[in-house]
Design a protein around this ligand. Structure first.
Ligand code: ATP
Ligand SMILES: Nc1ccn([C@@H]2O[C@H](COP(=O)(O)O)[C@@H](O)[C@H]2O)c(=O)n1
Length: 215
């Protein structure tokens, strides 16, 4: 079973995707980490004409050891990730790894922006996670504060909005709700309630798939 979980920044898709993976006993990949690792690798070239070529080279030589979340979760790296994510050759270089993960024997759960549209359009269950911008900002602020970081909520709100706008305008991105994805708005749901809703969606998708396969 392949489960695709997409949605904007800090919508809670990683929390739900890893919860679903645990619930169904499937391996999980946070595909944002790939873009974040590439962004981090080219941080010093951000304002250089070499940025694009460096990002492509970093994507082509990315190693699983580069995917350590501890170094990748800052807002700065998130912004860099969204800058390298508009480069078609970067997306191309990262495709095979994600595709292989998605199609491994037994299935997988992946979260990102283009899982249901590009990486695994045949996924058995697709969720598009939404939450309003203020709720997402507040969740991310608390997450950063819990890690001891000081947060300027006004700046964070604008960073999230700016990143969403860049992602949605990305001509190479595939960041939109797939026609067969289920929308889950978690603005008013806590994590447990959101996970229950996500499991109900996946169970429903699997039941209707089983029904439509019956002779
Ligand atoms: N329904 C919810 N209610 C409250 N907090 C939540 C909810 N879902 C997730 N969170 C919290 O919000 C923060 C961001 O969640 P998460 O990392 O899952 O988002 P994301 O969409 O994967 O973010 P990114 O796109 O930046 O990778 C985490 O601290 C998480 O615990
Ligand atoms: N499938 C994906 C995943 C991520 N991106 C880009 O990376 C940025 C960081 O992702 P997070 O999920 O960690 O927030 C994101 O803003 C996208 O620009 C992507 O393009 N496709």
């Amino acid at each position: 079973m392949i489960i695709a979980v997409d949605g904007p920044a800090a919508s809670g898709k990683g929390t739900l995707a890893s919860g679903l993976a645990k619930h169904y006993g499937l391996p999980y990949l946070d595909t944002g980490l790939l873009y974040r690792a590439v962004g981090r690798a080219v941080e010093q070239y951000e304002n250089s004409p070499e940025f694009e070529q460096r990002a492509i080279a970093a994507a082509q030589t990315l190693d699983e050891n580069d995917l350590e979340p501890e170094f990748l979760l800052s807002a700065k790296v998130g912004t860099l990730a969204s800058k390298v994510a508009v480069i078609g050759a970067v997306r191309h270089a990262l495709f095979d790894y994600q595709r292989q993960f998605a199609t491994q024997d037994g299935g997988a759960v992946l979260d990102g922006r283009d899982i249901g549209t590009v990486i695994a359009p045949e996924a058995d269950a697709k969720l598009f996670i939404q939450a309003d911008s203020k709720a997402r900002m507040e969740r991310r602020a608390r997450q950063l504060e819990a890690r001891g970081q000081e947060v300027d909520r006004y700046a964070l709100y604008h960073q999230i909005e700016e990143r969403d706008a860049r992602d949605m305008a990305n001509p190479n991105g595939g960041f939109y709700k797939a026609a067969d994805a289920h929308l889950l708005d978690t603005t008013l749901l806590d994590i447990e309630a959101a996970l229950r809703a996500a499991i109900a969606i996946v169970d429903g998708a699997m039941a209707s798939k089983a029904g439509s396969n019956r002779p």
